[in-house]
Design a protein around this ligand. Structure first.
Ligand SMILES: [Zn+2]
Length: 301
């Protein structure tokens, strides 16, 4: 049975990075935001560049597909063509990684592709890192400057929705993976992912672009710089920025949700989560610095 690993979550959360990571042991082919390609005008698809280094029309995966995709009306039929192409090129045992993000896509998919083994990974990024990344992208792409509180709220509402919809579809919670854990505890994450998916998908020592990836829609980092290898790096812009500070103080429910997600990193053994636990223990020990609220050590507030 062909397996699909569907990466669900919000934009600017590291989904393209995860997509590429999952193909590093060559058990999977990373295809990026498949649904964006399936829904767009094929004329636009022709102008895209693939992570394999070729233009979309010359890519060995997408090239032969683009013409066929334009002849089918129902996106679900087009999706089947994508799955068939993956099986044809890499064999039916190769997993397809789709980082389309919106859960709505796979709800329709699950109804029509009953012969597919569907797994969902909910990819989530620390709200502070997400906010700075989103603010920069809004300014660069749309010349907009949303208030950070709005970005916080959208992060909270969006991630809760992803979790709830995926849980309803699967009948159990999806595998939740923080981008921070992927970056700071790659080996442990690789083991957890292998346990969830049943096979090794991540080679922590491999370059990001060392596997089979044909991502024509996704973050710009997918594009190769003259074939040089790409390494996993953490987007640490928020360390030296302060836009997240006001909503982090003014929106405690969202801050606590973020902290709960970070504590989930404990299961991955990240350095970051250990520091958080220590910080909380120290804070409670001294009665809360500067009279701030106490945070229960178990995080369930
Ligand atoms: Zn390609």
């Amino acid at each position: 049975m062909q397996k699909i690993v569907y990466i669900a979550g919000l934009g600017h959360s590291g989904s393209t990075t995860l997509d590429m990571m999952l193909s590093t042991t060559r058990r999977a082919v990373g295809l990026g935001q498949v649904w964006t390609v399936l829904r767009e005008d094929p004329a636009k698809t022709h102008t895209r560049s693939c992570s394999c280094g070729a233009s979309a029309p010359k890519c060995e995966f997408w090239g032969p597909l683009i013409a066929k995709l334009g002849t089918r009306v129902d996106p679900r039929e087009r999706y089947r063509l994508v799955l068939d192409r993956a099986a044809e090129l890499y064999g039916p045992q190769t997993t397809v990684v789709d980082s389309s993000k919106q859960v709505a896509n796979i709800i329709g998919l699950a109804e029509t592709l009953r012969d597919v083994d569907l797994r969902i990974v909910h990819n989530i990024k620390d709200v502070r890192a997400y906010t700075v990344s989103t603010l920069d992208n809004e300014l660069r792409k749309h010349n907009r400057k949303p208030i950070p509180e709005w970005v916080f709220y959208e992060w909270y509402r969006g991630n809760r929705s992803v979790h709830n919809r995926a849980a309803k579809l699967l009948g159990q919670p999806p595998f939740q993976l923080m981008y921070e854990a992927l970056c700071f505890a790659t080996e442990n994450v690789a083991r957890q992912i292998a346990a969830y998916l049943g096979e090794d998908y991540i080679d922590p020592a491999a370059a990001l672009n060392s596997g089979n990836t044909h991502i024509i829609s996704g973050n710009r980092l997918r594009l190769s710089d003259n074939g040089s290898s790409k390494r996993l790096t953490y987007d640490h812009r928020w360390f030296v920025r302060s836009e997240w500070l006001r909503p982090y103080v003014l929106m405690p429910a969202i801050r606590r949700f973020n902290e709960r997600c970070l504590r989930e990193c404990v299961k991955f053994g990240t350095t970051a989560s250990v520091d958080i636990e220590e910080a909380i223990a120290a804070k409670n020990h001294d009665g809360g610095a500067a009279g701030q609220e106490r945070i229960p050590a178990n995080g369930r507030t």
